[in-house]
Design a binder for this molecule. Structure first.
Ligand SMILES: Nc1ncnc2c1ncn2[C@@H]1O[C@H](COP(=O)(O)OP(=O)(O)OP(=O)(O)O)[C@@H](O)[C@H]1O
Ligand SMILES: [Mg+2]
Length: 322
């Protein structure tokens, strides 16, 4: 963090714990540090429950933090006054996984997309709001006349476009895309990724792009962060992560992606993960991945590995990666 690259988001030692029952604590995000540069896409990947959504929401200040620090353009996200908060909610937006649950089916598309425009008093009058919404609908590839329709009339892919239009309405510079394609048909997924990529180019957007599968973030990410039970296991450029993954967990996730060429697929060495993913309420001692890791040694059971540099722009938390 000493070079002069412009960081939009800087996360230091972030923790987000939830109460789980009377005495137990669930460490959903446990001491993670990373940065997102202006204009880049950071892919965030890991199995269900590893803390991706919690991390994204805590970075946006939707959740209070338990510890650590999130800075956006140098401002502490969790220590903003009202005015700073107002500006931040315009700069940073979120797109949700489930376009069925996240958009009110009883609302007209116009009112959904216009929500932020109204809240931030960005339009002169109702005619201006309508004009803006029509332009946004066109931008995301929908008919501008759809504003007068209800959300329940639309398909999953169309709803996700409406969700994207809603996020874009306040002219943000940073968007947390929380599994925006996971709930969609495979045939629609590429269309939404292409749309997000075009919008990024046209508007200079910065993305945190969450997915549970490495194949989904490959195309869109500049760098990828792999999470496991609330921790970062590996973070590096997308090119390096796919070509030379260092962490056994990343290697296992990658080996689970089918390769389109059947000959290559047949020769591929599969890395099997033993056992079930442990509960984040009671993670294993030492390295959290040790009970499933094919390379686990004695050291891994006793001492927790820290994220350390293993190459240019390449960090991994593994005793075996030295
Ligand atoms: N509001 C909450 N209260 C209590 N526990 C929570 C809450 N939100 C998340 N958790 C727990 O925190 C852990 C991380 O959840 P999170 O939703 O961040 O995971 P995720 O990686 O986004 O998973 P998925 O891929 O299923 O979306 C899980 O064990 C989850 O049950
Ligand atoms: Mg999630």
């Amino acid at each position: 963090m000493t070079d002069n690259t412009e960081y939009l988001l800087e996360v230091q030692g972030l923790k987000k714990y939830f109460k789980a029952g009377r005495k137990k604590i669930l460490k959903a995000v446990d001491d993670v540090s990373f940065c997102i540069r202006k204009g880049e896409t950071l892919g965030v990947v890991g199995e269900s429950g590893c803390g991706k959504t919690t991390c994204g929401r805590t970075c946006l200040g939707i959740y209070e933090k338990t510890g650590g620090q999130v800075s956006y353009r140098g401002r502490d996200v969790h220590g903003m006054d009202r005015e700073e908060r107002r500006i931040f909610t315009k700069q940073a937006q979120i797109i949700f996984q489930d376009p069925y649950a996240s958009l009110d089916p009883k609302m007209k598309v116009l009112n959904i997309v216009a929500e932020g425009i109204r809240a931030h008093k960005m339009a002169a009058d109702e005619a201006d709001i309508k004009r803006r919404v029509e332009s946004l609908l066109t931008t995301v590839g929908l008919d501008p006349a759809y504003g007068s329709r209800y959300v329940h009339e639309f398909s999953g892919g169309q709803r996700q476009r409406i969700g994207i239009a809603r996020a874009l309405a306040v002219e943000p510079e940073f968007i947390v895309c929380d599994e925006p394609i996971s709930a969609l048909d495979v045939s629609i997924q590429a269309q939404i990724v292409n749309l997000l990529e075009r919008l990024q180019r046209e508007r200079g957007l910065t993305y945190m792009f969450i997915a549970h599968d490495l194949s989904m973030v490959k195309h869109i990410s500049d760098r990828v962060m792999v999470m496991y039970l609330g921790k970062i296991m590996e973070i590096t450029t997308a090119d390096q992560l796919y070509a030379a993954p260092r962490h056994p967990y990343t290697q296992a996730l990658l080996s689970a992606i089918p390769i389109p060429d059947p000959r290559v697929e047949a020769d591929k060495v599969r890395i099997r993960m033993e056992g079930e993913i442990p509960s984040p309420i009671d993670p294993p001692e030492g390295c959290r991945f040790q009970n499933r890791c094919p390379h686990a040694a004695e050291e891994c059971k006793n001492r927790e590995p820290v994220l350390q540099k293993v190459g240019e722009e390449h960090f991994a938390a593994c005793h075996m990666c030295r």
